[in-house]
Design a protein around this ligand. Sequence first.
Ligand code: NAD
Length: 331
Amino acid sequence: MARLTLKWGAKITQNKGFVNINLKVFVPENLPYFCNMKNVAVIGGGTMGNGIAHVFAQSGYSVTLIDIKKDMLDKAIATIIKNMDRMIAKEKITNEQKDQALANINTTTDLKTGVFNADLVVEAATENVEIKLQLFKSIDEFAPKNCVLASNTSSISITKIASVTSRPEKVIGMHFMNPVPVMKLVEVIEGFKTDKQVTSDIMELSKKLGKIPALTQDYPGFIANRILMPMINEAIISLHEGVAGVTEIDTIMKLGMAHPMGPLQLADFIGLDVCLAILNVLYDGLGNTKYAPCPLLVNMVTSGDLGVKSGRGFYDYSHGTKELIVAPNFK
Ligand SMILES: NC(=O)c1ccc[n+]([C@@H]2O[C@H](COP(=O)([O-])OP(=O)(O)OC[C@H]3O[C@@H](n4cnc5c(N)ncnc54)[C@H](O)[C@@H]3O)[C@@H](O)[C@H]2O)c1
């Protein structure tokens, strides 16, 4: 890890009874890259993108949030405001900090202008290989040559994403957890060609954001989802086979295993389309039928029941309250 050593010099003079202290700090030019990062482009204003923009803006970075859909950008800003108001109510931040953080965020639907002066890009677009590969080709074309390109992908190979760019050594996984402002972990994924200095920079940057990074290697699902998704899938298979109902499965895992949320509620929260995409990556990448997505999950995604974001999954969210109500088809 690069160490930061500051040199300083002081000149003390006296004039008419006043003591003047002239202090100079010399900042060495070879600072670790993360120390010089100021501009961060976040791509995708959905569930994760708004949280990632929130956290960077609150830590003083200038953030450009990019999405192909203008309404997603408007929704993202509204969510960030709502979440910051919640933090004010809990006395975690002040009104001034909220105003400052919001002033740090710009939005655009134009990728080229969004990344042109970025020191770091964090991509959090839809979990789809074609979308991500196309995006990284374009980001690589428009972002400055020294810019680090990170993906928040839950499961897609960082090495594969890196391979479509001209800078595979600067491509890395920066896997935030949902909800980003609350969850401490950043799973950092080193691609096959990621430079060790880039890994070290991203680990240090994560700490600067108040997070705790943990390093993994680039294999399907990395660690978080390789372990989490089979559990969620098994919960859906158990429901599908009629072993227990939605409430019972979640209650058993919450009270019996001290999980803060049952696996079915968690799947709704993550997004059932995201869960399905990750399971397919595990199934294809590891070649083992134990990762095959449950047909019930496939049917739910096909019919548009995606969980919280669509208003219905294993639970029904259309009533707009915090009460957990099982979706009509599982009653
Ligand atoms: N949902 C979770 O709990 C979770 C947790 C960790 C990581 N992730 C990962 O984060 C990423 C985003 O997931 P999400 O849940 O926020 O998805 P989401 O569906 O909520 O949002 C995705 C956003 O990407 C936008 N988008 C699609 N193509 C784009 C493009 N070419 N350029 C710009 N924007 C584009 C969409 O308009 C949408 O707003 C995925 O890679 C996912 O695997 C998700």
